[in-house]
Design a protein around this ligand. Sequence first.
Ligand code: ARG
Ligand code: ZN
Length: 343
Amino acid sequence: MFLCTLNALNLVIFKIMTHSENIKKDKEVHFFVNASVINDVKAELKQSTILYKVLMNNVQDLIEAQVVNDTVHPRSSVSYYEQYHSLKEINSWMDHITEKNADILQKICIGSSYEKRPLYVLKVQNKTPKNAIWIDCGIHAREWVAPAFCIWFIGHHRMWRKSRSRHANDRCIGTDMNRNFDAGWCGEGASDNSCQQTYCGPYPESEPEVMAVTSFLKAHKDNIKGYITIHSYSQMVLFPYSYTMNRSKDHDELQLLAKKAAAAIRKTSRKVYQSGPGAETIYLAPGGSDDWAYDLGIKYSFTFELRDKGTYGFLLPPHLIRPTCIEALSAVKEIASHIMINI
Ligand code: ARG
Ligand code: ZN
């Protein structure tokens, strides 16, 4: 009666004093028990004065809940990486992720299983072949968190900051696009090392994304009265300058307006947002889009750093999207009305 049974519904743990193959003195034994015999098992354990604890009631429900979770657009959600997926779903995820990241990811078929299902390797590489580390997950089928780790590990592109470019002679991929604008470009607070998170790029506007924004803003600069760039996280309303500690000529007006924007947020959601010029409030950070737009002549130029203050950081959970957007909107409205009155 102590044998594990398939389709069992209850998991019981107990310290056992008797001896048997899988049972060691003073060691815990974990096993499943079919719901139909749970009372008999408990009675037997009690009678034999064996200490036990039910670890999990109704394992079947838990299994079922984990098997049916491939939602309609699972890849669109952050929590995709915090769920279990069917093999079919994992295979299409592999196709999707390799296609989207063709520059560093490659899918290689290395054979097939006994049941004739393909076995894939995802190769992560930085162009030139280098020494590698092999990681496999899920040699044992029931250990679901193992493949979940492999998927999560690849999904770690999630924490990428920079662009995806690689320039001649650069060792690493990516330029910090908020250091690539032509505003105090690559001064203190940026790095000229391509492997750094704040790499300014080989020259200002080296990134096509930055170039696209600046040419559009230049072409429409007479009509564009405000510039707002949205980042996360740290809950701040920032304005120029970030490339110098010097105050801009509109400092007083911008400070007042940023304070009003933060006050609007506070009124909306009781969240506290700090306000001030970038360099003074956080750090010197040259080559940013807000400073560039300001120097172009767009006076009302702001950087919003949305929620939170570090608890989840860049991994803000989906249920906080709505309240974060609603409070940000209240700040945008504050700025928009000020602009309307003052132009
Ligand atoms: N967290 C942002 C960054 O470091 C702040 C941007 C503030 N503005 C700026 N021009 N650096 O990019
Ligand atoms: Zn940012």
